[in-house]
Design a protein around this ligand. Structure first.
Ligand code: NAD
Length: 377
C-alpha cells in the first residue's frame, strides 16, 4: 500500500510536541514526511524541514505558502498536522479542511467555542477527517479501561477523579522563556492557561473512557505566580451525562509532580487507576476481590489494547507510540474504515465548551455552568 503523504505546520526544532509527531507519524510506515512549514522563523523552518528529508520546493516559509503550493500539486499531501501555538489552530485547520486536506490539529483545537463549532461544520461539509491530538486516549491500557467500562465490568461509573498537575511553570522567571510565555498570554493562549493546556486532556479521558458527556461544571481558578494573566491552578467539579460525579485538579505550579496526568474511575462493581507516567499498568479492583495490576501485552486484554501494543510485555511503550496510535487510527479513517476511537473535531469542540464554562464559573464564584457546546444541546 502506498504511503500517505504527510505535512506538518509548527513543531520546529526545539519545540515540545514536534518530535512526538514525527516519531508517531513515521512509526508504522503509513505516512511519509513530504512537506512542512515548521517554524515561525521561515528560514529556520525551511532548513529544518530539509534536514528531515523534505524536498527544497516543499520546505515552505509559512503555512499560507504551503497551502498554495500543495493545493495545486497532483501529488499533494494527504494529511496536515497543525502543531503551532493555540491562536493559529483555527485559521490553519479551517483553511486546509476547506482546501480538501485531512487535518490533525493539536489541542486546544480553537480559542473559542464559536470557532470550534465552525471547525465541526467545516469538517462535516468537507468530508475530510479532522482529528484532534488527544493522544492519551490512544495508550493501549486506556483503550483497555474503555473496553471494560463498555462491557459493564465495573458497573455504572459513579465517580471519576482526574489530575493533570505538574510543576514546570512554577518559576516566576518563565516569562523569559518563549515556550512557556505564550501559554499565559491571552492573545496567544486564549481565555485559559492551565485548564486549556492540560486540564482538557484529563476531561477528554473522562469522556473517552466512560462514553459520557460533561454536562455541567463548577470551577475555582487561581493565578498563583504574580503577574500571570491566566490561571496556573484549577479545581473543577463536574457532572456527566451518565450521572457520574467528576473531580479535576490541574496545576502547573505543583513542584514535585512531573507529568502528573492520572485518572481513577470508580464504578458500582469495580474501579481503575491509571497514570501516564506508568502507562503500561492499570490497577483494577473488582468488588469483593483484591487489587490486580493489568499489564500491557498480557494475555486476555481487549482487541484494541492488543492492536495498539507494539512491543512485548513489560517493555516500555511511551508517549511517541501513543501519538503513533493516533496516526494509525487516522490512516484507517482516511481509508474509510470506521475507527470509532479517533478523537475528532467534535471532541475538540467539547473541550472548548468545558474551558469556557470553567472560566465563566470561576468568574462567577464557582457557580455551576452548562458545559455542553451550544450546537450539541
Ligand atoms: P512550542 O512553543 O514548544 O513550539 C511551537 C512551534 O511552532 C515552534 O517550532 C515555533 O517556531 C512554531 N510556530 C509558531 N508559530 C508558527 C507559525 N505561525 N507557523 C509555523 N510554525 C510556527 O509549543 P509546543 O509545546 O510544541 O505546543 C504546540 C501545540 O501543541 C500547542 O497547541 C500545544 O497546546 C500542543 N501540545 C499538545 C500536546 C499533547 O499532548 N497533545 C503536548 C504539548 C503541546
Amino acid at each position: 500500500m502506498a504511503k500517505l503523504k504527510w505535512g506538518m505546520i509548527g513543531g520546529g526544532q526545539g519545540s515540545q510536541i514536534g518530535p512526538a509527531h514525527r516519531l508517531g507519524a513515521l512509526a508504522d510506515g503509513l505516512f511519509e514526511m513530504t512537506a512542512g512549514a515548521l517554524d515561525v522563523d521561515p528560514e529556520r523552518g525551511r532548513a529544518f524541514a530539509m534536514s528531515l528529508g523534505v524536498a527544497e520546493d516543499r520546505a515552505y516559509a509559512n503555512w499560507q505558502e504551503m497551502l498554495e503550493g500543495e493545493r495545486k500539486r497532483d501529488d499533494r499531501v494527504d494529511l496536515v498536522t497543525v502543531a503551532t501555538p493555540n491562536n493559529t489552530h483555527f485559521e490553519i485547520t479551517k483553511a486546509f479542511l476547506e482546501a480538501g486536506f485531512h487535518v490533525l490539529c493539536e489541542k486546544p483545537m480553537t480559542m473559542t467555542v464559536e470557532e470550534g463549532e465552525e471547525i465541526v461544520r467545516t469538517a462535516r461539509a468537507s468530508g475530510k477527517v479532522c482529528a484532534v491530538n488527544y493522544c492519551y486516549s490512544a495508550y493501549p491500557m486506556v483503550r483497555q479501561m474503555k473496553a471494560m467500562v463498555a462491557a459493564g465490568e465495573i458497573g455504572r461509573v459513579r465517580s471519576i477523579v482526574a489530575n493533570f498537575s505538574h510543576g514546570h511553570h512554577a518559576a516566576g522567571d518563565d516569562a523569559e522563556n518563549p515556550r512557556v510565555r505564550w501559554r499565559y498570554d491571552p492573545a496567544q493562549a486564549g481565555i485559559s492557561g492551565q485548564m486549556a493546556d492540560c486540564g482538557i486532556h484529563a476531561l477528554h479521558l473522562a469522556t473517552f473512557i466512560t462514553g459520557d458527556e460533561i454536562e455541567k461544571l463548577s470551577a475555582d481558578f487561581a493565578s498563583t505566580v504574580e503577574g500571570r494573566q491566566l490561571e496556573d491552578d484549577a479545581m473543577v467539579n463536574f457532572r456527566m451525562s451518565g450521572g457520574t460525579v467528576g473531580r479535576l485538579w490541574s496545576s502547573s505550579i505543583a513542584l514535585g509532580r512531573q507529568h502528573g496526568l492520572d485518572i481513577q474511575i470508580f464504578g458500582e462493581t469495580g474501579g481503575f487507576r491509571w497514570a501516564s507516567e506508568q502507562p503500561n499498568q492499570v490497577y483494577y479492583h473488582k468488588l469483593g476481590g483484591r487489587v490486580e495490576i493489568m499489564e500491557k501485552g498480557e494475555a486476555g486484554l481487549g482487541e484494541d489494547a492488543q492492536r495498539l501494543s507494539r512491543v512485548a510485555i513489560a517493555h516500555p511503550e511511551g508517549f511517541p507510540l501513543a501519538v503513533a496510535n493516533i496516526y494509525v487510527d487516522l490512516a484507517a479513517r482516511i481509508a474509510g474504515k470506521d475507527e470509532g476511537n479517533l478523537p475528532t473535531a467534535e471532541d475538540g469542540l467539547r473541550s472548548m465548551a468545558s474551558v469556557y464554562a470553567a472560566v465563566a464559573s470561576a468568574r462567577d464564584g464557582s457557580a455551576w455552568v452548562d458545559a455542553r457546546p451550544p450546537m450539541f444541546r
